[in-house]
Design a protein around this ligand. Structure first.
Ligand code: CP
Length: 305
């Protein structure tokens, strides 16, 4: 099986195939057609950070596919007392068929994947959130039916979600514009990779400090929390710095009238987004959260077959 660590590792065709599989699995589930290709398979899910969506959607997805998932709190494992990630990988590979991990440093997931003999799935690191980005692509594609000529605007912190969206958009040929305060840009590696990939797929990649520039003519407007897990000590400073980057009624006037509002959740109404936009008629945030289930089922079927 193959690891799922970042969308940068996947070709355009592979990502489109995953989206097609996700749509097919979603249709089966909505129609009540049982589909259990992962009967007898077990997934370990290591969490070193909190989660609602990733934890529940992966566990439910594995159950729907006929397999089983077990939640492992990083602090309850010997990993939390200093057992190495390499040994943890070697040991868990003796028991389970796939490992999902949510952690801090991206290198930790890469190391886990290097030493595991079973596929490893990145359930979020400080650098990337590929499962989220795949679900986001699915959500946009369901509405727009194409990525060509579609513009995604991301406004706020250049965090792991911004990095993942850069990779995702560039791979499928969707234009992306990111607006963030100076000093809070997405990682240079992701911006450069997205620009390189975009030259081949036709995606334009813009990073600006001007929210209006990013949102102008956008088909989708996306934001995320201003303080990510592990940054709580910076929270007061971030509240100030990000204030001009709030997605509010005024800002979204610059988007296309039928724009989709997206947010990976959890949301803080009154901070990165107003309640009016979050709960308004253009908001697809709960469909988007629902698509985590279908996108991740596609990832599981793909890495385990
Ligand atoms: N969007 C997301 O990953 O949600 P959780 O942190 O609840 O898993």
């Amino acid at each position: 099986g193959r690891d799922f660590l970042t969308l940068l590792d996947f070709s355009t065709d592979e990502i489109m195939d995953l989206l097609a599989l996700a749509s097919d699995l979603k249709a089966k589930q909505k129609a009540g057609v049982p589909y259990k290709p992962l009967a007898g398979k077990t997934m370990a899910m290591i969490f070193e950070k909190q989660s609602t969506r990733t934890r529940v959607s992966f566990e439910v997805g594995m159950i729907q596919l006929g397999g089983q998932a077990m939640y492992l709190n990083g602090n309850d494992l010997q990993l939390g007392r200093g057992e190495t990630i390499a040994d943890t990988a070697r040991v868990l590979s003796q028991y389970v068929d796939v490992i999902m991990i949510r952690t801090f440093a991206h290198q930790k997931v890469e190391e886990l994947a290097e030493y595991a003999s079973v596929p490893v799935i990145n359930g979020l690191t400080d650098d990337d959130h590929p499962c989220q980005a795949l679900a986001d692509l699915l959500t946009i594609y369901e509405v727009k039916k194409t990525f060509q000529g579609v513009k995604l605007a991301y406004v706020g912190d250049g965090n792991n979600v911004a990095n993942a969206l850069l990779a995702a958009a560039a791979k499928v040929g969707m234009d992306i514009a990111i607006a963030c305060p100076p000093g809070y840009e997405p990682k240079a590696e992701y911006v450069e990779a997205a620009r390189r990939i975009g030259e081949k797929t036709g995606a334009t990649v813009v990073v600006t400090h001007d929210p209006l520039e990013a949102v102008a003519g956008a088909d989708a407007v996306y934001t995320d929390v201003w303080t990510s897990m592990g940054q709580e000590s910076e929270s007061a400073e971030r509240l100030k710095v990000f204030q001009p980057y709030q997605v509010n009624e005024q800002l979204v006037k610059a988007a296309k009238p039928d724009y989709l509002f997206l947010h990976c959740l959890p949301a803080h109404r009154g901070e990165e987004v107003t309640a009016g936009v979050m709960d308004g008629p253009n908001s697809f945030v709960f469909e988007q959260a629902g698509n985590r289930l279908h996108a991740q089922k596609a990832i599981l079927v793909s890495v385990l077959s």
